[in-house]
Design a binder for this molecule. Structure first.
Ligand SMILES: Cc1cc2nc3c(=O)[nH]c(=O)nc-3n(C[C@H](O)[C@H](O)[C@H](O)COP(=O)(O)OP(=O)(O)OC[C@H]3O[C@@H](n4cnc5c(N)ncnc54)[C@H](O)[C@@H]3O)c2cc1C
Length: 381
């Protein structure tokens, strides 16, 4: 199906992303997987190419694109390679960026944004805690005011870029009695005394991404590192979560479409009983269903992207795009594995790795159950 949300500028940008991936990323993926992280040199190159600062004002070194479709193009191309890339780069360039652009003061922008654009200041966001991620309002990490610092105690887990990040946007409780209205955000910088990280976590998929636990033991965070207003962190997170969920949807459907395309080629080449396996009516009909599912989902996600560009994407619209795209992605990839037969279970086959990589999309960025909870509440229940 022809897509109409992008124009020539977006497609030119897509070509530059593809070239970067072909030359700098794809040849080194095995190394990234064994290191469980993307090397800093790759971040710096992404910065030089202008991929990290799409949302950042020009005066701080960004592109100030003012058009989310450029983020979407970047995300789509990264997802076609694997799921770890849009996860790591997306957390920095797509998810943390709005916090640093819209909630910071001038001093913070000057301090953080130039390095953010070049890749010298790699970021992460720490919301989830070992005791729970779905119930964000119940988070337990505390930040207690003491003079002109906040003393931070607690821990975070499953934090993407957590091991390598130079700065983590951390959600902490500043007013215990106020629950959701007692949470604030802080820029916790590498090297702050009492801030430590656990090992890189061993995941079922996405071995190329760095995912870590973070620990805060009496970390003195200067008041100057408070991001946004005191006690309004929960509202800030709710404001930016739709963009996070939209980015997740863009990733999911692009990834599924790419692996399905590769699977269709496989079904043309692979022979059984003297013919291509795609010619068996069961498989032909299955592929017809999968292609339709992907295209219908793509149309919904494209519409959500356009709504976001117009400032009209609601939290409910983003929740629908997130859960549905991850459901479609996982169903499609499961069938793709099946169509590859035994090869589909071999790690050296892209389809096997893609299937492992995709499983988390029903869990992260707000689990699918939480997405349905939000949608259900909006129906009046
Ligand atoms: C690879 C990876 C990367 C991640 N990156 C980050 C990151 O960078 N930053 C960050 O902050 N977090 C990150 N996360 C955390 C992720 O967002 C959480 O795992 C997710 O929000 C779920 O939280 P939880 O794991 O604590 O599960 P829980 O909240 O304990 O939920 C467990 C189960 O109960 C269900 N459940 C919970 N509440 C309800 C309800 N009300 N109704 C129905 N079902 C419910 C959930 O859907 C889930 O199935 C990452 C996770 C992974 C796996």
């Amino acid at each position: 199906m022809r897509r109409s949300i992008y124009d020539e500028d977006h497609e030119a940008f897509r070509s530059s992303v593809k070239e970067f991936l072909d030359r700098q990323v794809i040849p080194n993926l095995d190394e990234h997987a064994s290191e469980k992280a993307m090397p800093r040199e790759l971040w710096l190159e992404a910065g030089r190419q202008g991929f990290l600062g799409l949302e950042i004002p020009e005066q701080y070194g960004g592109a100030e694109a003012g058009d989310y479709r450029f983020n979407a193009v970047l995300t789509e191309e990264l997802a076609k390679v694997n799921m770890a890339l849009p996860s790591c780069i997306g957390i920095h360039a797509d998810i943390v960026a709005p916090y640093l652009v819209h909630l910071t003061n001038e001093e913070q922008r000057e301090r953080w944004l130039p390095g953010f654009c070049t890749g010298e200041l790699l970021t992460a966001i720490g919301m989830t805690e070992p005791s729970g991620g779905s119930d964000l309002a119940g988070l337990k990490t505390t930040a207690v005011k003491d003079g002109d610092t906040f003393v931070l105690n607690g821990s975070k887990t499953f934090i993407t870029n957590g091991y390598s990040a130079d700065m983590v946007v951390v959600a902490a409780r500043t007013a215990p009695e106020k629950k959701a209205r007692g949470i604030s955000l802080f820029g916790v910088e590498a090297g702050m005394e009492g801030f430590s990280r656990g090992r890189k976590l061993d995941k079922v998929g996405q071995p190329e991404s760095d995912t870590a636990e973070l620990f805060f033991e009496d970390v003195r965070v200067p008041e100057a590192n408070l991001i946004g207003e005191l006690d309004t962190g929960f509202i800030h997170m709710m404001t930016f979560l739709p963009q996070e969920r939209l980015g997740s949807a863009v990733t999911n459907i692009s990834h599924a479409a790419q692996i399905l395309e590769e699977t269709i080629e496989y079904c043309k080449d692979r022979k059984a009983f003297g013919q291509s396996i795609g010619n068996f009516q069961h498989n032909k009909f299955l592929l017809a269903e999968l292609v339709t599912q992907v295209e219908v989902c793509q149309a919904f996600v494209d519409n959500a992207v356009l709504e976001h560009c117009d400032g009209k994407l609601t939290a409910i619209g983003a929740a629908k795009a997130k859960w549905w795209s991850s459901q479609v992605q996982n169903e499609v990839l499961d069938h793709c594995v099946q169509l590859h037969g035994g090869y589909g279970f071999m790690n050296e086959y892209r389809v096997a790795r893609a299937w492992q990589d995709a499983r988390v999309t029903k869990i992260w960025a707000g689990s699918n159950e939480i997405m349905k909870e939000l949608i259900g509440r909006d129906l009046g229940f």
